[in-house]
Design a protein around this ligand. Structure first.
Ligand SMILES: C[S@@+](CC[C@H](N)C(=O)[O-])C[C@H]1O[C@@H](n2cnc3c(N)ncnc32)[C@H](O)[C@@H]1O
Length: 334
């Protein structure tokens, strides 16, 4: 298993100099969503923001708008740097959603789409449907927060965008090698359409990293947009989800994060994965089952009825037994 973990701040000019030009087949990442970052702490604020900080007259919302413009500019500069790394046949794929900060809605996805279009060729868009079945808590809050009255309507955002771009339009036929592990039926059922329904990482597992994407996302994208032995790079690697799936599929995994403790976490996660390749997939499944068990228990279903429901949802029998033993009797599942 070949991998490399870098600890660089991508806003710095020479941050990626140790990676060779034209060496990466796939950049797959989920950038920091604007409001997750504390821009006030930046030492290197551009003049516009320094002026804004000096000005006492600007409202919080006006400052937020200026910060947002600065953030987009930084992201644009990062994508320019990333382009050098991609092979001619390479792809760049980002997972992104819109955000709300200081009561302003930012169509972050569409702004990223525009930035990427400047440097790469658009290939496809996939909608990641994040709907969680049987999540009574969400339905409950939705009823009160999002009233369907005129001008009060606000849908509960339950999707993200997966934007697929490529570096060049001349992809050679020889770049395609058929994957013998490709499972046709599951592909047709779940991934042949432009809407992928994948439940997000359960909240209980977001404590080590707050913005992990589910393993299924890199698993399928790495499979469809690279070959064995190719380099797959996640430049905002976080928990290291992309690296884990890249390694599972026999790719060379490269990750970067500017937080040292996330780099250490990725290193630990890779070690765990090397000992037990199913550890993280099973862990996510167990916590997804925990949420289902909690909801169905509240609805008054018996243990047998819950077991049947989980079987219908195609969880493996041994994992169902484990989940029922862990969560059916414990208060934490209530
Ligand atoms: C949305 S998270 C990515 C999560 C990842 N896809 C996963 O499944 O764990 C974005 C990551 O980018 C990192 N990051 C933010 N700004 C950065 C920068 N300027 N340079 C490098 N990494 C950065 C954050 O520390 C965070 O872990």
């Amino acid at each position: 298993m070949k991998y490399l973990i870098l600890n660089k701040d991508l806003r710095e000019q020479d941050c990626l100099k140790e990676l060779q030009s034209n060496s990466v087949q796939l950049i797959l990442t989920s950038p920091p969503y604007f409001n997750a970052r504390d821009y006030e702490k930046h030492a290197n604020l551009p003049p516009l923001i320094q002026n804004a900080k000096l000005s006492q007259n600007l409202s919080t919302q006006e400052k937020t708008l200026i910060h947002y413009q600065n953030y987009l500019k930084e992201m644009r500069d990062i994508f320019i740097r990333l382009k050098r790394l991609l092979k001619q046949s390479g792809y760049i794929i980002i997972v992104i959603s819109d955000i709300c900060s200081n009561k302003i809605h930012f169509p972050l996805s569409f702004h990223f789409f525009n930035i990427l279009s400047e440097f790469f060729i658009w290939e496809d868009t996939i909608i990641w449907d994040k709907t969680i079945e049987l999540d009574d808590r969400k339905l409950h809050s939705q009823r009160y927060l999002y009233q369907p009255f005129s001008f009060y309507y606000k849908p509960n955002w339950s999707h993200e965008y997966i934007f697929i771009f490529k570096k060049s339009s001349d992809i050679k036929q020889s770049d395609y090698i058929k994957d013998p592990l490709f499972h046709k039926q599951s592909f047709i059922t779940n991934f042949s359409r432009s809407i992928w329904k994948i439940e997000p990482i359960p909240p209980d597992l977001q404590d080590v990293h707050p913005a992990r994407f589910p393993l299924e996302i890199p698993h399928h994208l790495v499979k469809y947009f690279s070959n064995k032995g190719d380099v797959v790079f996640d430049c905002f690697a976080g928990f290291g989800t992309t690296l884990l799936e890249a390694l599972r599929l026999g790719r060379i995994a490269v990750g970067n994060d500017y937080q040292k403790h996330y780099c250490d976490l990725i290193e630990r996660n890779i070690k765990t994965f090397q000992r037990d390749p199913d550890f993280f997939t099973d862990q996510v499944k167990l916590y997804r089952m925990k949420m289902i068990i909690r909801t169905l228990k509240k609805r008054g279903l018996t243990k047998i009825q819950i077991q049947k429901h989980l079987l219908k949802r195609k969880f493996q029998e041994d994992l169902i037994c484990k989940a029922i033993n862990y969560y059916f009797y414990t208060t934490s599942a209530e």
